[in-house]
Ligand binder design. Structure first.
Ligand SMILES: NC(=O)c1ccc[n+]([C@@H]2O[C@H](COP(=O)([O-])OP(=O)(O)OC[C@H]3O[C@@H](n4cnc5c(N)ncnc54)[C@H](OP(=O)(O)O)[C@@H]3O)[C@@H](O)[C@H]2O)c1
Length: 261
């Protein structure tokens, strides 16, 4: 545990399930007050209740990150719980998979709002406040698709690259103000998202979902998918003071999947 992170406040997006929920648990275990954001109010309330029962400081905001107009009020609400947000974990549901030419403009626009603009807009409102306090962390959960395109994931392969370019630019502007901006290139991780992708592949190939997941894992040098906690540990590392000199990087957490040097 990074002791220095204790007392910080984190807004974690896409936090009712999967990677976001794992990040919320890890950061709160490390002494961070957490604000969980996603659409499902009932599930969020259960998650917060669970964290509070473990003696943690936790609140939630139910909101749809693809609805950009609502983001300024999310920021004000997030700030109102503990008077600040020190750590922003940008994360949302993944875009649909399918053949590259199959997506209508509305699908591209939705994916752009959900997977790029939500991060850009939330950060735009929060990062100046972090800079004023002289400390902050923006951590964007992206994907291995930013290092190596994945078949059938053209929306992710394309739109997540915009996150990388934006984050790098921002990291340069805020480096001298105590705010770091980094990305995780998430590898295959056992969450509902993987089931969703494997179900599509299973329907196309006639294999079972289990067989598809096993064959995906067989392509990973570690021969297994990540546990959500393994992504969350990397996020907690980047959020801590020990990572204070790291900014503008994209850290793969992928079991060796990305082949680039
Ligand atoms: N799992 C993997 O192997 C993997 C690998 C690389 C990249 N990724 C990417 O990492 C992200 C998270 O993955 P995951 O596996 O944790 O996915 P997941 O299990 O599907 O969870 C997605 C989370 O985001 C929330 N969410 C979805 N759409 C939202 C929206 N419009 N506004 C607010 N919250 C929203 C969901 O909660 P609600 O339903 O309550 O809104 C849920 O908490 C995705 O973008 C995924 O593509 C995943």
């Amino acid at each position: 545990m990074d002791e220095d992170i204790r007392g910080r406040v984190a807004l974690i997006c896409g936090a009712s399930r999967g990677l976001g929920w794992a990040c919320a648990q890890k950061l709160s275990e490390d002494g961070v007050a957490v604000i969980l954001l996603s659409r499902n109010k009932v599930l969020l309330a259960e998650r917060v209740k669970e964290l509070k029962s473990r003696g943690r400081d936790a609140e939630f905001i139910a909101a749809d990150l693809s609805k950009i107009n609502g983001l300024p009020s999310i920021v004000e609400r997030a700030d109102s719980f503990w008077g600040k947000v020190d750590i922003l974990v940008n994360n949302a549901g993944g875009p649909p998979s399918g053949p590259s030419l199959s997506f209508k403009p509305a699908v591209w626009e939705h994916a752009f709002r959900q997977n790029f603009l939500s991060a850009e807009e939330l950060t735009k409102f929060l990062i100046p406040r972090m800079a004023e306090r002289g400390w902050g962390r923006i951590i964007n959960l992206t994907s291995i698709t930013v290092k190596q395109p994945v078949e059938n994931l053209v929306l992710s392969n394309s739109i997540r690259m915009a996150v990388i370019g934006w984050a790098k630019t921002l990291s340069l502007e805020f480096a001298h103000l105590g705010v770091t901006v980094n990305n995780i290139a998430t590898g295959y991780t056992l969450t509902e998202r993987i089931n969703e992708l494997a179900t599509v592949k299973a329907e196309q190939s006639g294999k079972s979902v289990g067989e598809v997941i096993n064959s995906m894992a067989a392509n990973i040098p570690m021969k297994r998918m990540a546990k959500p906690e393994e992504i969350a540990s990397a996020v907690a590392f980047l959020a801590g003071d020990s990572a204070g000199y790291i900014t503008g990087v994209t850290l793969p957490v992928d079991g060796g999947y990305i082949l680039g040097m």
